[in-house]
Design a binder for this molecule. Structure first.
Ligand code: NDP
Length: 250
C-alpha cells in the first residue's frame, strides 16, 4: 500500500490505459479521481477507491472547477496522470485546421490545463508526481499522423520544462511513451486503417502490431506498471525523462 493517503487524478480514467493506471493506483491504496466526458463509462468501471467525475479536458473552466471539487473532496492532488487523448491519423498536407486544433486542444491544451490545475494543490504538499502519457510518436515522426505526433512532442516539451521549473523540489515530472497498446484507440484505428487502406480488420491490426518491434500489442497494464514505478519514492531522481515502452524503437 505504497500510496495510502494519496489522492491521484487520472484523466481518461474510464477506459484503456487510464483505467489500467487507475486500477494500479487503487491497488496501492490511493484515492483515484477518474475523469472523462462520459459519466456512464466512468461509473460502469468504478470500483471502491475510484471516484468518477465528468471533465472535458479541452474546457479550461471545467478542468479548474472539477479539479477544485476533487481536491475539496479528497485532498490535494499528489499524483496527476495526464492521460486523456485522441489519436486521429492523416498526412499533414491533408490535415484540416479543424482536425489540427481538435488534436491540439485535447492532447496538448488538455494536458496543460490538467497539470496546471493539479499543481495548485500539489505544490502545497511535500511530495508529488506528474506523469503524462505521451507516445512513441512524441519521440519520433509518425507517418500519416503529423498532428498527433506534434501534440505528443509538445507534451514532452511541457513536462521537461516543468521538471526544470521545480528541479530540486520534491516533485517529479515524466512522460511515458508507448508504442501501440491494446485499447479502444487501437480498435478505432483498426476500423479507420481498414477503410482507408481497403484491407481487412485483421490486416489493419497486423499493420499496427508490425510497427511494435516486439510484434505484439502492448498491454495497458505494462503502461500502468511504469506509472506505479514512477510513484515509488525511490524514483525521486527520475525527472524530466521519457520512458519509451515500445520494444526498443528508440
Ligand atoms: P482510449 O480511447 O481508451 O482512451 C482515451 C481516453 O481519453 C478515454 O477515456 C476518453 O474518455 C478520454 N478523452 C478523450 N477526449 C477527451 C476529452 N476531450 N476530455 C476528457 N477526456 C477525454 O485510448 P488509450 O487508453 O489508448 O489512450 C490513452 C492515452 O494513451 C492517449 O493520450 C493516447 O494518445 C495515449 N497512447 C495510446 C497508445 C495506444 O496505442 N493505445 C499509444 C501511445 C499513446 P471520453 O471519451 O469518455 O471522454
Amino acid at each position: 500500500m505504497m500510496l495510502e493517503g494519496k489522492h491521484a487524478i487520472v484523466t481518461g480514467g474510464g477506459t484503456g490505459i487510464g483505467l489500467a493506471i487507475a486500477r494500479g493506483l487503487v491497488a496501492e491504496g490511493a484515492a483515484v479521481t477518474i475523469t472523462g466526458r462520459r459519466l456512464e463509462v466512468l461509473e460502469a468501471v468504478a470500483e471502491p477507491g475510484m471516484h468518477p467525475m465528468v471533465m472535458d479536458v479541452t474546457d479550461e473552466d471545467k478542468v479548474r472547477d472539477t479539479t477544485a471539487a476533487a481536491v475539496a473532496a479528497r485532498g490535494p492532488v499528489q499524483i496527476c496522470v495526464a492521460n486523456a487523448g485522441i489519436a486521429e491519423g492523416r498526412k499533414l498536407h491533408k490535415t484540416s485546421t479543424e482536425m489540427w486544433r481538435k488534436i491540439m486542444a485535447t492532447n496538448l491544451d488538455g494536458a496543460f490545463f490538467t497539470i496546471r490545475e493539479s499543481l495548485n494543490s500539489m505544490l502545497e504538499t511535500d511530495w508529488g508526481r506528474v506523469i503524462a502519457i505521451s507516445s512513441i510518436a512524441g519521440l519520433r515522426g509518425a507517418p500519416g499522423a503529423g498532428a498527433y505526433a506534434a501534440s505528443k512532442h509538445g507534451v514532452i516539451g511541457m513536462i521537461r520544462s516543468l521538471s526544470e521549473d521545480f528541479m530540486a523540489q520534491p516533485y517529479t515530472f515524466n512522460s511515458i511513451c508507448p508504442g501501440y497498446v491494446d485499447t479502444p484507440i487501437v480498435a478505432r484505428n483498426t476500423d479507420a486503417i481498414s477503410q482507408r487502406a481497403g484491407v481487412s480488420e485483421d490486416e489493419a491490426r497486423g499493420m499496427m502490431v508490425d510497427q511494435n518491434r516486439h510484434k505484439r500489442l502492448i498491454a495497458p497494464e505494462e503502461v500502468a506498471a511504469a506509472v506505479l514505478w514512477l510513484c515509488n519514492p525511490l524514483t525521486q531522481s527520475v525527472n524530466g525523462s521519457e520512458i519509451p515502452i515500445a520494444g526498443g524503437q528508440i
